[in-house]
Design a protein around this ligand. Structure first.
Ligand SMILES: C[S@@+](CC[C@H](N)C(=O)[O-])C[C@H]1O[C@@H](n2cnc3c(N)ncnc32)[C@H](O)[C@@H]1O
Length: 232
C-alpha cells in the first residue's frame, strides 16, 4: 500500500492539539509559531509515512531528524504512536534549549535534541528513518549535496529518507516563502531544486517510493520518500 493510501494515524485536529501543547510549553513568539506551524506544514501527510517504515524486531521506527528545530515533528510522531525513539540535531542552541525543556514538560521522554550545525557531529550510525523537513533551503548551496548524501548514509538498509522542502516554483509561492524566512529566520534562503535532490539520492541506489506536491495557503511543499535497498 502506498503512503498516500495509508490511513492517517492522526487527524489534523489531533496534530493541532499536540502542537498547541508543545507551543504552550515553549511560550512566547516561538511557542506561537510552534502552535500554528501545522497549518502551513503538511505534518498530516508526513506522519502516516512513519507507519510504513518496517523495523526489525520492533513495530515502530527509530528516527533521526536533521534540523528538527524544537522537536515538533518527533513530538507529533511520539503522540501519534508511530515513534520508538527519536534523535534530532539542530544548529540553533536556543531551539535545543527551549525544545528540550518543553519536551520534558510535555512528557516526551523518547525524543532527544542535540545542538550542532556540522555534519561531522551527526551520530555515526544508522536509523530506520532519517527526516529532513524544510532544512535544505537554509543550507548554503555548496553544502546541500553533502547534507543529502550524509543524511542518506544514515539510513539503514531497507529504511527510508523522508525529505520535504519548499518548492522553488511558481515564483509567487517561492517568493512568499522567501519573505517568510526573511521575516522569521532573517535569512536569504537558497532553494535546492527537487530534481537535483532526487538525482543525488538516486545515485545512491535509493528508490523513490512516494512523491507528493502539497499546497497550503501560499506555500508549496515537495515531499519525497526514498527507500534504501535492503541489501545495500
Ligand atoms: C524551517 S526550520 C524547520 C524545523 C523543523 N524541521 C520543522 O519542520 O518543524 C529549519 C531548521 O533548520 C535548522 N538548521 C539550519 N541550518 C542547519 C544546520 N547546518 N544544521 C542543522 N540544523 C540547521 C534551523 O536552526 C531551523 O531550526
Amino acid at each position: 500500500m502506498s503512503a498516500t493510501e495509508t490511513a492517517s494515524p492522526s487527524s489534523r485536529a489531533d496534530i493541532g492539539e499536540w502542537s498547541k501543547l508543545l507551543g504552550r510549553e515553549i511560550g512566547g513568539l516561538r511557542g506561537f509559531v510552534t502552535t500554528h506551524r501545522w497549518r502551513i506544514v503538511p505534518f498530516d501527510r508526513i506522519l502516516p509515512l512513519f507507519s510504513d517504515i518496517k523495523r526489525d524486531g520492533a513495530d515502530k521506527p527509530e528516527v533521526f531528524d536533521i534540523g528538527g528545530g524544537e522537536g515538533l515533528l518527533l513530538f507529533l510522531a511520539e503522540r501519534a504512536g508511530v515513534l520508538s525513539r527519536g534523535l534530532s540535531v539542530d544548529a540553533s542552541e536556543n531551539n535545543i534549549r527551549v525544545g528540550t525543556k518543553a519536551l520534558a514538560a510535555a512528557g516526551a521522554d523518547t525524543v532527544e535534541l542535540s545542538c550542532t550545525s556540522a555534519i561531522e557531529e551527526w551520530p555515526n550510525r544508522q536509523f530506520d528513518a532519517v527526516t529532513m523537513i524544510d532544512v535544505l533551503h537554509h543550507i548554503p548551496p555548496a553544502l546541500q549535496r553533502a547534507f543529502v548524501d550524509e543524511a542518506a548514509a544514515r539510513v539503514r538498509p531497507g529504511g527510508v529518507l523522508i525529505y520535504k522542502d519548499m518548492a522553488d516554483s511558481p515564483f509567487w509561492m517561492a517568493g512568499a516563502n522567501r519573505l517568510h524566512d526573511l521575516v522569521l529566520a532573517r535569512q536569504w534562503i537558497h532553494y535546492a531544486p527537487i530534481e537535483s535532490v532526487c538525482a543525488w539520492v538516486a545515485e545512491k541506489n535509493f528508490s523513490e517510493e512516494h512523491e507528493e506536491t502539497i499546497d497550503r495557503y501560499w506555500y508549496r511543499h515537495e515531499l519525497r520518500v526514498f527507500r534504501r535497498p535492503a541489501d545495500a
